[in-house]
Design a protein. Structure first.
Lengths: 185, 225
């Protein structure tokens, strides 16, 4: 390996008496300790490296208000309400919730058939894209991850108007019933 | 019989290129490494397609772990940051009658994250920093909306940074539940703060989505949030 090759080479030819020969020193240096240290440092830095730095996601919350007239009105045709429950389940309905809950549907976070396709379809069918409003209502058992995923869907699908709102007891009841029927734990 | 002489080959290999590369990698890692700031708890953040950079200074970070424990961190450096922290703890000391000593307040300034109720703050800050790391902090109480202690932390921090633009970071764990997140938000909205930044792990925009199309066609416009 990379070792010194010192010594030797000075016992060569004889030049005769009185001629002093300078000792020839090898210029090769043993690099092994240096390499050892180098790799030690590499290992250390690889382990401590934080490669992907976190990103910030903007979230704007509405001002709390009790006054009815200050609340933003949403057109029924453009409204899509998304309810989040446990077990990564998504429920949604368009417009107003029908009294018999006939428009209450179940979806998921599946990239192909999940809530994204619902949002995309809604965006296409709605008469005026400006009227489209997505209302996100996580219930007590929804995870933070699902909430953020849902907010992320808004960015992905470029939905400009959306709100994070508390679930109503009636909606929560529907979610719980559907969960029980579907056997979701 | 004439013996066949096998020429002896040297076992020495030239390691120079190898070493060159090794040190190249080493210098890369040295440059690219940014040390993780010490965090009070381990948190796995959710993914998002957001690409905004996380602000590192003049920010208030609230962490929420999977058990619902809440931690409060003031991200401020330099003498200004230390002053802001000092004014926060002095104010809290006065308004909440914590009875902190000077040394304990100094301990807060050097501290990273707080995750204890006000009642335990004195005994927590009395510990040396090394010992604090080993203590399991119960988190700042937020569940009781009448006594949402995070509200006071946010209020005083907001006052301490007065006049400056500060960022409010919320770093939640994947497994934490929505009600806890909501209560953290409440602590801010009660202080009339409505703009947040959620700490997330970046991911690519899903193929086929509108955002993906925009990003691939290179509209040059950053994704609107």
């Amino acid at each position: 390996m990379a070792s010194i090759d010192s010594g030797g080479g000075d016992s060569g030819h004889k030049k005769g008496p009185g001629v002093k020969k300078a000792k020839k020193l090898s210029t090769r240096v043993d690099m092994t300790p240096m390499v050892d240290l180098g790799f030690l440092l590499i290992t250390f830095f690889i382990f401590t490296a934080t490669m992907s730095s976190p990103a910030a996601m903007q979230l704007f919350m509405p001002k709390d208000t009790d006054k009815k007239e200050e609340l933003n009105k949403a057109k029924e045709s453009g409204a899509l309400t998304v309810l989040l429950g446990k077990g990564n389940q998504v429920y949604y309905y368009e417009g107003q919730l029908a009294p018999d809950a006939s428009n209450f549907k179940t979806s998921s976070f599946d990239p192909e058939t999940g809530i994204r396709s619902v949002i995309m379809r809604k965006k296409k069918t709605v008469a005026d894209v400006e009227d489209m409003v997505v209302v996100i209502k996580p219930n007590e058992e929804a995870t933070y991850k699902n909430t953020v995923d849902m907010l992320d869907e808004m960015t992905i699908n470029k939905v400009k108007r959306f709100a994070l709102v508390d679930i109503t007891p009636q909606e929560n009841e529907l979610v719980l019933v559907t969960q029980q029927a579907g056997g979701i734990k | 019989m004439p013996s066949v002489k096998i020429p002896r080959k040297s076992t020495d290999t030239d390691m120079t290129p190898f070493v060159d590369i090794a040190f190249l990698i080493l210098s890369f890692f040295i440059m690219a490494t940014k040390f993780k700031p010490p965090a009070p708890v381990e948190i796995t953040t959710p993914n998002s397609v957001s690409t905004d950079k996380l602000p590192e200074n003049d920010a208030i970070m609230v962490e929420l772990d999977k058990e619902g424990r809440v931690f409060f961190t003031m991200m401020a450096t330099g003498t200004e940051g230390a002053e802001a922290k000092r004014s926060v703890i002095e104010n809290l000391n006065k308004t909440r009658n914590l009875g902190l000593t000077d040394a304990e307040m100094k301990n807060f300034i050097n501290n990273v994250g707080i995750g204890v109720p006000f009642a335990q703050l004195k005994s927590f800050l009395a510990m040396p920093a090394e010992q604090q790391k080993g203590v399991r902090q119960p988190g700042i109480p937020v569940r009781d909306s009448a006594n949402n202690e995070l509200y006071y932390w946010v209020r005083d921090a907001y006052a301490a940074f007065a006049g400056k633009k500060i960022n409010y970071l919320i770093k939640g764990d994947n497994a934490s539940v929505y009600p806890d997140f909501k209560r953290v938000l409440e602590a801010f909205t009660k202080n009339d703060i409505y703009k947040f930044q959620l700490v997330t792990t970046p991911e690519e925009a899903p193929v086929g989505s509108e955002l993906y199309r925009e990003r691939t066609t290179g509209g040059g416009k950053p994704a609107a949030n």
